[in-house]
Design a protein around this ligand. Structure first.
Ligand SMILES: Cc1cc2nc3c(=O)[nH]c(=O)nc-3n(C[C@H](O)[C@H](O)[C@H](O)COP(=O)(O)OP(=O)(O)OC[C@H]3O[C@@H](n4cnc5c(N)ncnc54)[C@H](O)[C@@H]3O)c2cc1C
Length: 128
């Protein structure tokens, strides 16, 4: 997650070392985040299908490595794709958040980062 580059914040992030996604509490599956391009009309349906298939392959191999080969989560995680869902708690001062929103709500920010930053800003300040 790009947001951890903002070093003035304190972070607590879901650990793919310790989270074994083959366990019941994770539904025995990986969770992926749809990128912003997924819901726009720019890319053909075939691109979305290929994207989904690759994620499916990653999930299958991850579960195989952990369950069939008794690999630890911290070993199998090397094949997790960038789209893998994570949870991140960011703690910072108001001035840190102002700097963060300035960078991540800007037109130059990655669309996925901007979408999340805009939603956060809306929740924190009631405006985007
Ligand atoms: C649009 C965009 C594109 C990006 N592209 C890339 C990329 O291609 N490759 C890449 O590696 N990263 C990229 N980044 C990440 C970027 O390089 C920074 O790591 C990220 O934005 C965090 O910067 P920051 O200043 O908010 O946080 P920090 O680096 O944590 O700094 C926070 C604040 O502390 C102060 N500070 C920090 N260091 C110093 C210092 N030495 N002296 C004085 N004050 C200091 C400044 O006020 C600073 O704003 C990109 C970021 C954005 C927003």
């Amino acid at each position: 997650m790009e947001f951890v580059r903002h070093r003035v914040f304190s972070f607590a992030q879901e650990s793919s070392r310790y989270c074994n996604y083959s366990k019941d509490k994770f539904g025995n599956e990986l969770a992926f985040i749809k990128p912003t391009w997924y819901t726009n009309e720019v890319h053909p349906i075939e691109a979305k299908t290929a994207f989904e298939e690759m994620l499916q392959v990653c999930e299958t191999f991850y579960l195989d490595l952990v369950k069939d080969y008794n690999m630890q989560a911290q070993e199998a995680r090397a094949i997790l794709p960038n789209a893998t869902k994570t949870e991140l708690v960011m703690t910072g001062f108001d001035s840190d958040w102002e700097g963060f929103f300035e960078l991540r709500c800007a037109g130059s920010a990655h669309p996925d980062a901007r979408k999340l930053a805009n939603e956060l800003k809306l929740q924190m300040y009631g405006e985007c």
